[in-house]
Design a protein around this ligand. Structure first.
Ligand SMILES: *[C@@H]1O[C@H](CO)[C@@H](O)[C@H](O)[C@H]1NC(C)=O
Ligand SMILES: *[C@@H]1O[C@H](CO)[C@@H](O)[C@H](O)[C@H]1NC(C)=O
Ligand SMILES: *[C@@H]1O[C@H](CO)[C@@H](O)[C@H](O)[C@H]1NC(C)=O
Ligand SMILES: *[C@@H]1O[C@H](CO)[C@@H](O)[C@H](O)[C@H]1NC(C)=O
Ligand SMILES: *[C@@H]1O[C@H](CO)[C@@H](O)[C@H](O)[C@H]1NC(C)=O
Ligand SMILES: *[C@@H]1O[C@H](CO)[C@@H](O)[C@H](O)[C@H]1NC(C)=O
Length: 375
């Protein structure tokens, strides 16, 4: 998504700036590095329901800024300078389809993105500018080549992308890429039309959703700020992009993709595909289908497991009861001992008192009797 801003910045400045200014980032670029990590494949299809929270093992949160599940949507919130709340899928697709139902963030300088990107910087984009209420942007890159800035194309919306949820779809095969807004196909790119395929996205990509501030004047050059619609006023924050659902389909039924045979060409034929066996599910699909949350996990248990759990809980309760009982008895015994000691003490004191009294009485009686005797 960063590359889009840079390319657009360069579009504005194409006559002014050296093309080398544009850069994108990847942790391990398989076009010039060996041993880049294997990639988990989706290897099937799944609807990710962001109206009901999301699985952080499948959608990994990145960068500063908050991603929050609120009511029936998940929000990407730009609140402070430097925020660019993002999630990216832990799985990859090797050609496929992505349908994103989302609402773009408003706000000058704020960019909302829903993109596919590979480790060798192939990229297919949807982007939305906070103050552009009439157009959605599409773009693509092959192998991080940003030296040509005519790939971006804008499309008129029937209603503001910031006001309503819309379905933004990318359908990507090795022959062509199609972009749809709701039910309408707005763009198609054929393999040959991307510099004879050289600039055509064709390596496994993951899905990245997020919002960021292209209008952050302290962290972007003036062309990026201009492209993004002007400087961001963080006093007007928060700027929120909301996502409801994401459907992803991997057109390859793989469990894993790798770069073992990749070279500088970035050709799709050189992507390693570890196929799934018949009826086998990718680890990603298994993780996705695994129930999450206490209620769901309980519902998914077998009757035997439920009985075992109830029995063990009952066992624990019994143990706790026994412990309490033991303590009470001990307590009562100790109490009884203390009471007995107390009683004994009282008895002793009473005895002493009686004795004392008797002594006193007898001495008195003696003196009285002696007195009386005298009288
Ligand atoms: C690989 O290419 C990228 C992008 O051109 C570059 O940034 C990186 O330094 C290169 N890495 C190596 C190991 O050559
Ligand atoms: C999605 O996958 C399921 C099986 O996991 C299959 O039944 C269904 O037809 C697939 N949907 C599409 C659109 O391919
Ligand atoms: C989300 O909630 C709003 C208001 O509570 C409701 O109008 C809308 O239909 C809901 N959408 C979905 C997809 O559940
Ligand atoms: C929105 O984008 C379109 C296409 O780039 C452009 O013609 C229009 O002027 C933009 N509107 C605003 C308000 O920036
Ligand atoms: C990058 O793309 C431009 C225009 O699309 C092209 O002229 C150039 O040769 C490409 N660079 C490489 C290294 O393929
Ligand atoms: C999104 O739009 C595409 C293209 O029109 C359509 O095939 C798909 O069913 C829609 N998906 C959702 C979730 O609305």
């Amino acid at each position: 998504m960063y590359s889009f801003a840079l390319s657009a910045a360069a579009l504005l400045a194409s006559t002014l700036l050296p093309t080398a200014l544009a850069q994108t980032h990847t942790a391990c670029n398989p076009l010039n590095t060996t041993g880049c990590p294997d990639m988990a494949a989706l290897g099937g299809n799944s609807t990710f329901d962001f109206t009901k929270d999301w699985n952080p093992d499948v959608w990994v949160q990145m960068n500063q800024g908050s991603v929050e599940h609120i009511d029936n949507h998940t929000d990407f919130i730009v609140q402070f300078q430097g925020d660019s709340p993002t999630v990216l899928s832990s799985f990859y697709i090797f050609f496929g389809r992505v349908e994103i139902v989302m609402k773009a963030a408003p706000g000058q300088g704020i960019v909302s993105s829903a993109i596919l990107q590979s480790e060798c910087l192939d990229e297919i984009d949807w982007e939305f500018l906070g103050t552009n209420t009439t157009h959605a942007l599409t773009n693509y890159f092959g192998k991080g080549n940003t030296t040509d800035y005519t790939r971006g194309k804008d499309f008129r919306m029937k209603s503001a992308p910031q006001d309503d949820y819309h379905n933004y779809t990318i359908d990507w095969t090795k022959e062509r890429i199609q972009w749809y807004i709701d039910d309408e196909m707005v763009r198609e790119l054929k393999y040959a039309d991307a510099l004879g395929g050289k600039n055509y996205p064709q390596t496994p990509m993951n899905v990245r959703l997020g919002a960021w501030s292209g209008g952050d004047v302290d962290n972007n050059n003036k062309y990026t700020v201009e492209w993004a619609g002007g400087p961001t006023d963080f006093k007007k924050a928060p700027f929120t992009m909301s996502v409801q659902t994401v459907y992803v389909q991997d057109y390859t039924t793989a469990k894993e993709y790798n770069w073992d045979d990749m070279d500088a060409s970035g050709d799709w034929q050189k992507v390693g595909v570890v196929k799934l066996a018949d009826n086998e599910k990718s680890a990603t699909l298994q993780e996705i289908e695994k129930p999450h949350g206490v209620k769901n996990r309980w519902g998914a248990l077998s009757q035997t497991a439920k009985i075992a759990i109830i029995a063990s809980i009952a066992g624990v309760v019994a143990i706790i009861a026994a412990v309490i009982l033991f303590c009470c008895i001990k307590q009562r015994r100790a109490g009884r001992r203390e009471y007995a000691a107390y009683q004994a003490n009282l008895d002793k004191e009473a005895t002493d008192l009686i004795q004392h009294k008797e002594q006193w009485q007898s001495s008195h009686a003696a003196s009285r009797s002696s007195r009386y005797a005298r009288i």
